[in-house]
Ligand binder design. Structure first.
Ligand code: ADP
Ligand code: TRP
Length: 335
């Protein structure tokens, strides 16, 4: 059985893009019985940016509730919160000792922060303004997430490819110094799947403030679809290129294939106006999201259920991480 591990940082509410790019992937993986899946919420990674206990606690629970609401079965996968597995942090400290500082200097996120400072004239001693050690050491913690669970396969988006290389590099350095201890994980960089456009037609992203939240209320959803999706001014009778339409791009993901074909034809042949198309999109979204939304809201009202799921998940994760840590301590002479 292949051990697969992936994590998600709890920052901000989930949106339709996250559903297509992340949630659907995990749901599909969970159905594959040849894989043993560890999926966790990386709350200590979020701590680098989130400095509010209530926000961190709630966004972590919201992520867990969201995945459960879409049917993820915590009996089929190990679902846990990073901060509940202290072995990860001890391994982080140990890995610090074999990680060259120069490797961290090359990390994309760190370099981006330094470049941004430089663009504002902050160089020399000021180059690192706004960078905390958590951000700087981010790749080491992520390495420990993976190695502590002895994961073989780590599916991530393209933006995480460098972190995967670092994990292999750091794990390899440890093995070289102390003997074969860690399996070196294989990255599984998911091909750029369908990228969902946001309200303004650019990629839907928190950074662009153009998202449709996954759990908007019915009335918020209506307002966003009917009033906030930007279209051009083509009249109903005009022929339109569906691939250029945000409405159609979203519809493709959430409607049935026959409905999608119908909208495509309506745009291509002319006769389908944006207002009508938006109504159809809204209906498809409602059909798809109303059930999960209800389940999500109900779960958030039952913190004891979420706590119990997290407790059980942590127990399963620690059943792997505890012997792993023991092996590591033996390898370094801290047994
Ligand atoms: P954001 O761009 O809103 O900050 P993240 O970078 O946190 O989103 O993405 C989390 C996950 O959701 C990743 O797996 C990413 O591939 C997926 N994702 C985010 N936006 C989209 C999108 N517009 N279309 C498809 N997948 C997306
Ligand atoms: N860094 C990842 C992201 O921002 C989240 C993450 C943390 C992760 N630890 C991980 C992903 C370990 C895979 C494996 O998306």
């Amino acid at each position: 059985m292949t051990r697969v591990l992936t994590g998600i940082k709890p920052t901000g509410d989930l949106h339709l893009g996250n559903y297509v790019g992340a949630i659907q992937h995990i749901l599909r993986m969970a159905e594959d019985t040849s894989q043993e899946i560890f999926f966790f919420v990386a709350d200590y990674h979020a701590l680098n940016t989130v400095k509010d206990a209530k926000q961190l606690r709630e966004s972590t629970k919201r992520i867990i509730a969201a995945y459960l609401a879409f049917g993820l079965d915590p009996e089929k996968i190990t679902l846990y919160r990073q901060s509940d597995v202290p072995e990860i942090f001890e391994i982080t400290t140990i890995l610090n000792a074999v990680t060259p500082k120069g490797l961290m200097n090359r990390a994309h996120a760190y370099k981006a922060a330094v470049d941004q400072n430089a663009a504002q004239g902050k160089v020399g001693e000021e180059a690192d303004i706004g960078v905390n050690m958590g951000l700087y050491n981010y790749p080491i913690l992520m390495t420990a997430d993976i190695l502590a669970l002895n994961a073989e396969l780590v599916p991530v988006g393209k933006d995480q490819a460098q972190h995967l290389e670092f994990a292999r590099d750091i794990g390899g350095r440890f093995n070289h110094a102390f003997g074969e201890t860690f399996k070196l994980p294989q990255g599984f960089i998911s091909e750029e799947g369908a990228v969902i456009p946001g309200l303004d037609g650019r990629k839907m992203s928190k950074s662009y403030d153009n998202t449709i939240p996954l759990f908007s209320t019915a009335s918020e959803l209506k307002k966003l679809v009917m009033k906030k999706i930007i279209t051009d001014t083509a009249p109903p009778e005009a022929k339109k290129d569906p691939e250029e339409s945000t409405i159609y791009q979203l519809y493709k993901v959430f409607a049935q294939p026959e409905q999608v074909a119908e909208m495509k034809a309506g745009f291509e042949q002319g006769g389908l106006g944006y207002g009508t198309a938006k109504k159809q999109l809204l209906e498809a979204l409602e059909n798809h999201l109303a059930g999960p939304r209800e389940k999500y809201e109900a779960l958030l009202q039952q913190p004891e259920v979420l706590d119990e799921i997290m407790r059980k998940g942590a127990e399963k994760a620690r059943a792997v991480a505890t012997p792993m840590l023991k092996k590591v301590r033996q390898a370094i002479g801290a047994d």
